[in-house]
Design a protein around this ligand. Structure first.
Ligand code: HAM
Length: 436
């Protein structure tokens, strides 16, 4: 039997409805903030991710799924190296949505110089070659937003408020949500801060793991996120980002917090929050659910340099993404179900001799917008009723020899077992009235 790839899931039944519900809530909540939907390809040139996410990040170095056509694989195997490949042959499945959306914004000139900001949201599968575990998949689903062209700190606050509203609309108990924020500085102040952290790690190199020593050179700020408890203990004394901000970044961060206070949003400042993607500048944030044990259910921040890194004009930007699978797990831990019950339907049952009449009756009901089921296996009337029950039908339309001859149908309420006769010609109308 063919097997599903490890770390991937099939979405069907109530799990599929949960994903669709999350999309509906996103459309509603983000729509009130003026966001429109975008869909970019799941496959992009590797360069798009390397420029944006950063060459030294785990996501790009270790977790990106590379994609080669069959013909290319043969030629690569023959050559033993991919060094001669053109950029258009170096492809990867997207590990996240931001880089692709920003690439699309540059390529299609969404934000012309001096033009109005553009607000986009997306939903779809993302791919990371991580070790699968609870809430950590190789193919997972994100809903995200990107707001390009806005530098105002009010935009950072609005984005965060929109995220928290989204979580509440999905059914999270607001008290259980832990919003963590930080500011990581910008091109003016971050290089000096990064250097300070690098020196700190090297000054404590006897106490740090090999990964952190490598990080000191590649990406020192990631040492704050080391999985090794001892490294994290040492990093508690490292220089902290908020104490090393330039005046503009400090003022921007202070205004973001003032807006959040004004809106009554509860947050915790964590000066060690660094996020795993290199494009962030200034505000970063993550949301966790207390007691859920699935890690962050969403995160994001500002990325004022990303449009330039993707080949565009200098344009500020910010956004966030949430993980569907983690949200579903965290809601389950709170005893809540995102997907809801099977949609109810109307079942048209018949005695075998009048089977052809079912066709027209079902057609009329479906035309009127009623979810309608019929038997397609030649079952007996009794087992058609059983099937109707199983499908959660609220009403059963019963067609028998005498009824059909008289141009009538019996409507049976599946909960009360009450039955009425209605003219077949008025079937749709009668069904709709009873369903209402
Ligand atoms: P991220 O923090 O890497 O940010 O991912 C966002 C969310 O996706 C996480 O909080 C988590 O819920 C979910 N997620 C990430 N990796 C996995 C995984 N392997 N399995 C299951 N769920 C996962 C970004 O992706 C940024 N693009 C967010 C952003 C948008 N920043 C600015 N704009």
């Amino acid at each position: 039997m063919a097997q599903r790839v490890q770390g991937t899931e099939d979405l069907y039944g109530s799990y599929m409805r949960a994903w669709q519900h999350m999309n509906d809530v996103a459309r509603e909540v983000f729509g009130t903030y003026g966001f429109n939907m975008i869909e970019t390809p799941a496959i992009e040139q590797v360069a798009t991710f390397v420029h944006g996410i950063g060459e030294s990040t785990d996501v790009v170095r270790k977790e990106m799924f590379r994609v080669f056509s069959g013909a290319l694989v043969e030629s690569l195997l023959a050559k033993g190296s991919e060094s001669g490949l053109k950029p258009k042959q170096r492809l990867a499945l997207r590990p996240e949505g931001t880089a692709g959306v920003v690439r699309a914004a540059v390529q299609n000139n969404f934000v012309p110089q001096g033009g109005a900001p553009v607000k986009l949201w997306y939903a779809g599968p993302m791919f990371r070659g991580e070790r699968p575990q609870k809430g950590r998949l190789r193919q997972f689903h994100q809903v995200g937003v990107e707001w390009l062209g806005a530098s105002d700190p009010a935009a950072d606050a609005e984005c965060i408020i929109m995220l928290m509203t989204f979580f509440e609309r999905l059914g999270f108990n607001p008290e259980s949500l832990r919003l963590v924020i930080n500011s990581m500085g910008d091109a003016a102040c971050r290089p000096a801060y990064r250097e300070k952290v690098r020196s700190f790690i090297l000054d404590h190199k006897d106490q740090m793991c090999d990964d952190c020593l490598e990080r000191a050179e590649l990406n020192p700020l990631r040492a704050f996120d080391c999985k090794n408890d001892h490294c994290r203990e040492v990093m508690k004394d490292a220089p902290l980002a908020p104490n090393n901000l330039c005046e503009e970044c400090a003022s921007h961060y202070a205004q973001v917090k003032r807006y959040l206070d004004e809106a009554g949003v509860r947050y915790v400042e964590d000066p060690t929050l660094v996020r795993g993607l290199d494009y962030y500048t200034r505000t970063v944030f993550e949301v966790e659910v207390e007691g859920a044990g699935v890690g962050a259910i969403g995160g994001g921040g500002r990325y004022d340099g990303l449009m330039e890194l993707e080949g565009g004009k200098p344009t500020p930007g910010l956004g966030f993404a949430v993980g569907f699978e983690r949200i579903a797990l965290a809601l389950q831990a709170q005893g809540k179900e995102l997907g809801g019950d099977d949609p109810s339907c109307v079942y048209v049952a018949c005695t075998p001799d009048v089977r052809p009449s079912v066709f027209g009756a079902a057609l009329a009901l479906r035309k009127a917008g009623v979810r309608t089921e019929t038997d397609s296996q030649g079952r007996s009337l009794k087992s058609q009723f059983k099937q109707a029950d199983k499908l959660g039908a609220r009403l059963c339309v019963v067609l028998g020899t005498d009824e059909v001859a008289a141009g009538m149908a019996t409507l049976r309420d599946m909960a009360t077992h009450e039955q009425v006769q209605v003219p077949l010609a008025d079937l749709a109308q009668a069904v709709i009235e009873r369903l209402a």
